[in-house]
Design a protein around this ligand. Sequence first.
Ligand SMILES: [Zn+2]
Length: 50
Amino acid sequence: MSSETRQKAAACCTDCGQALAVWVSPSGEMNPIGSAAGCPCGGTSFRMLE
Ligand SMILES: [Zn+2]
């Protein structure tokens, strides 16, 4: 088991500001949960929410 390989976090799209849940990898890469293609607007860059 390696449950620490990724962490769930809240982020928002840097293009449209849409908030969504993401998986954050140890390297800091963010992948939207439930939508592998990224944000509905087509954006693939996200900013972590505090
Ligand atoms: Zn977007």
